[in-house]
Design a binder for this molecule. Structure first.
Ligand SMILES: [Zn+2]
Length: 357
């Protein structure tokens, strides 16, 4: 009897699924579920419940199979619902909208209440998904409102009031921390902000993801990781680039998941920088649904600049956010593939995938 159990335990221990359960690996969620003979319950790999003894564990490809074998779903991790990562991404996206729309930055308790999480848990989840804290995000939003105003040429005082700084004195006290400089020097172009980045792999090749405190500012795809880092440096010559941050790897994982299945949408804030014209083109690109395409001529017409076809092509080529700003959905008027900043083969693959979904 005890001999049989030993054999079964040995088999479980060698199973990569068992390693995923021990690590509570959320990336394994959806790939399989595990059931515990002693409790009669089945869980997703990331379930926070106590790790069972290996000899009591049984693996199933789907929850359905586990149910057929007589198990019931764990209430703690609801293995058949959306994955924890998806739930977190959705909750954080809603919080970002709440922060962006608030006149004054919401308190952590307020956000925790809306998300139905404890303040501590919310803080951790927010950081894991976005790489930044709710407080830093709120400050960045406010700084961004300020910066947008300044970019449009408003006076510093106008911009202060529009960004919700009650008195200009308070803004100047904050300015060193939010913009990293005074408003005056921002207008002079003295930006030296921090950008975190990491390089990963996806089905399209090497992928570099970079973020400011405000959100994802670059998604670059190519064959050579070093070339991607040089491209990032060229795009943000004055920024301080910070790589190799373990926390940030999770942001990269989220972006890779999105690149693999663009239809899911990317629930991360974006920090899009461009000229007013580029922004209009990129906005129009984001309105092309997955599975559809538009021509350069159509985009030029949609943004109210029908003669600016070449400039539209230029804005597509300058796109800093592969897939998130779907410039791959722009084709020639005759339906031909035309060029793609990240290689025409990748464009073909992306369009074929989207058409199939
Ligand atoms: Zn569970």
């Amino acid at each position: 009897m005890s001999r049989r159990i030993e054999v079964r335990a040995a088999v479980t221990a060698a199973d990569p699924r068992w390693a995923a359960v021990q690590a509570r690996d959320a990336t394994a969620d959806g790939a399989f579920c595990y059931a515990v003979r002693t409790t009669g319950v089945y869980c997703r790999p990331s379930c926070a419940a106590r790790t069972p003894r290996p000899e009591n564990v049984e693996f199933f490809a789907t929850g359905e199979e586990a149910v057929r074998a007589g198990y019931r779903a764990c209430r703690r991790c609801s293995p058949d619902g959306p994955s924890l990562a998806q739930q977190h991404a959705e909750a954080v996206a809603a919080l970002c909208r709440q922060i962006e729309q608030a006149e004054t930055p919401p308190m952590l308790e307020e956000l925790a209440h809306s998300a139905n999480m404890s303040p501590f848990h919310l803080h951790r989840v927010f950081k894991a998904v976005t790489g930044t804290t709710p407080r830093a995000y709120a400050k960045a939003c406010r700084a961004e409102r300020m910066r947008t105003k300044l970019d449009r040429g408003a006076t510093v005082t106008d911009a202060l009031y529009a960004a919700g700084y009650g008195s200009s004195g308070r803004f100047y006290a904050d300015a060193g921390r939010t913009l990293g400089m005074t408003a005056g020097s921002y207008r002079a172009g003295g930006v030296r902000q921090q950008i975190r980045f990491a390089v990963g792999q996806c089905s399209l090749g090497a992928i570099l993801v970079a973020s400011t405190a405000l959100g994802v500012c670059a998604i670059l795809i190519g064959d050579d990781p070093d070339a991607l880092v040089r491209d990032l440096q060229d795009r943000f010559p004055r920024a301080e680039l910070i790589g190799g941050d373990a926390d940030y790897e999770r942001v990269v994982a989220t972006v890779v998941g999105f690149v693999e299945v663009p239809k899911l949408g990317l629930d991360l804030p974006l920090d899009v920088r461009g000229t007013a014209f580029q922004m209009r083109v990129w906005q129009a690109l984001q309105e092309i649904p997955a599975g559809a395409t538009a021509s350069y001529t159509e985009i030029a017409r949609r943004i109210g600049a029908p003669a600016a076809v070449r400039a539209v092509a230029g804005a597509c080529a300058a796109n800093p956010l592969a897939v998130a700003i779907p410039c791959h959905r722009v084709v020639r008027s005759d339906g031909g593939m035309s060029g793609y900043r990240w290689g025409v083969e990748r464009k073909r693959l992306l369009l074929a995938r989207e058409a199939a979904q």
